[in-house]
Design a protein around this ligand. Structure first.
Ligand code: CA
Length: 238
């Protein structure tokens, strides 16, 4: 289930958004101030943030800039909400790092469409769309993983890990990043937990000859790749 953090001080609007998101199958956390929002993000990284511009104290704009400046939250998908429709505000919002921008009043259908669109672009592992990499297919809706007609058995964490890898191929992910994006927690889980699940995932992928797709990048983390060239480099550094 995709987790959305709604940062909105007007409780009626926060409630309306929450009900509609929950109805659409999202998990929702609400924060009424920038401090509360920061606290929520420090705990568990959400899949997406719906961020109101006008908040008491620190503005949504300042909060978005702070998140974009921090390594852990740089890629956090953000949709701005604002009552201001001036072009300069829109530009300022997008400059601050917002992925999209909605002017109040907006329809909840439009908000849901924008959320799906931003997730598709920035966090495809949060959606139920089937993915395929080099013949290996994963269907989040049926939780089925297969290659050439051979079904694989994966535990829930290995499934999420593989889903994240398959939607973010060819990039190196640190253990801390994997904890954030797959476990949703980088504080209370030890980094070696990642190694345990990587090992299990490799074992699960071995029967279809896909264990090789998970590379260990020494001193950095892991990469999911189909590239033969990258594989030979990783063999040298393993
Ligand atoms: Ca407000």
């Amino acid at each position: 289930m995709s987790q959305v953090l709604v940062v909105e001080d007007e409780s009626a609007i926060a409630e309306l958004i929450t009900l509609n998101l929950q109805h659409a199958g999202y998990g929702v956390t609400v924060a009424a101030t920038a401090d509360q929002a920061q606290e929520a993000v420090d705990g568990v990284l959400p899949d997406l943030v719906v961020l109101d511009w006008m908040l008491p104290g620190q503005s949504g704009l300042a909060l978005a800039k702070r998140w974009r400046g921090a390594a852990r939250t740089r890629e956090l998908p953000i949709i701005f909400l604002t009552a201001r429709s001036e072009e300069t505000d829109k530009v300022a919002g997008l400059d601050a790092g917002a992925d999209d921008y909605l002017t109040k009043p907006f329809s909840t259908q439009e908000l849901l469409a924008r959320i799906r669109s931003v997730l598709r672009r920035k966090a495809p592992e949060a959606l139920d769309t089937p993915v395929e990499v080099d013949g290996l297919t994963l269907d989040p809706a049926t939780r089925r993983v297969s290659r050439e007609g051979c079904d694989l058995r994966l535990g829930p964490k290995e499934f999420r890990l593989l889903h994240f890898f398959m939607t973010h191929t060819e990039r190196v992910h640190s253990r801390a990043q994997l904890l954030d994006r797959v476990w949703g927690d980088h504080v209370f889980i030890e980094e070696r937990t990642v190694d345990v699940h990587i090992k299990r995932l490799r074992e699960a992928l071995e029967p279809v000859d896909c264990a090789r797709m998970i590379e260990t990048v020494r001193g950095v983390g892991y990469r999911f790749t189909v590239s033969a060239a990258a594989q030979s480099i990783s063999l040298l550094t393993r």
